[in-house]
Design a protein around this ligand. Sequence first.
Ligand code: SF4
Length: 367
Amino acid sequence: MINLFAQQNSYRPIISEEELSDEMVLAEISALKKELTNQVIILGHHYQQDDIIRFADVIGDSLYLSQQAAKTDRPYVLFCGVHFMAEAADMLTADFQKVILPDLNAGCSMADMARRADVEVCWQSIQSVTSKKIIPITYINCAAELKAFVGEHEGCICTSSNAKKIISWALSQGEKLLFFPDQHLGRITCYELGIKLEEMIVYDPNKKNGGVTKEEIAKAKVILWYGYCSVHQGFSAEQIAFMRQTHPGIKIAVHSECNFEVVSQADVHGSTSLIIDAIKAAPSGTTFAVGTEVNLVNRLAKKFTDKTILSLSPYQCICSTMYRVRPRWLLASLRAIKENKPINVITVEKNIKDMANIALNRMLKLS
Ligand code: SF4
């Protein structure tokens, strides 16, 4: 885990069930939310459980949530999401605002797959075999120090919504691309921009020399990092085939973090916002099988009652780290704010923030 406990102010034990029942927890959150309404904005990522989402002032993906927090003058931003999202919120919000992650153990396994030290080694190996200009691009799902890395090296951050625009820009700026941490988003986006699969290689930091030869690095147009989202790897081409066979006419909508085979066979792929918009725009009576986190899929099924929304996978594809943010943690954070002793404040160091903001602002300008 990267930086997960580094900025911890203090860490309170979770409010126990002996102290408060679930109902009492929800009732106290409701009361405190009202009482602190001018002080706190609660952000709920799409993948959060319903008992968190019911208290969210804003629901959305990580960038949208951070941008909304930056628009308010509320001093406390309670980010019900994972660690890298709270870091990004700290980068975008004003200095007087404190960003709080209710459970510091809420990380992202994909973000943890790229460590700055390993990326530096990879960068050196690429530079040692080519004099061509390399542009580093990081998916927003990474630690702030990697966002800083791309800022330092004339690169950019991307989201699943703007990856095509950002990668097109990168290809106009340099001759080679290093994309981390999600190989799948990088692969499908580059492929759709006309780069052949043979022109892409995967650098695995767990293998000697990344598992690639100097010749392969020198030849490749795109070097993809060996990273992935374990939740979105729960979807398969076999599940798509099964759904098409059992539900003739079904539409398949998947997140771009799914693997190449899945994304290539889906009717729609992209960010959570794109999936939501596609469902919203479809005619009544349409059936969708959706390949993304199950809390969002279940919520969409409840919201769009004129359509049938199914999970593409028969298994519960849940983001277990996101799920760590439970109402008890939210309550503990609200109690601490009320006492004026906020806990679990996420602060990105100034030098990292400055560099990361170069890449973030570049992305916002380009998209
Ligand atoms: S769904 Fe995947 S990428 Fe998103 S926070 Fe969870 S582990 Fe990370």
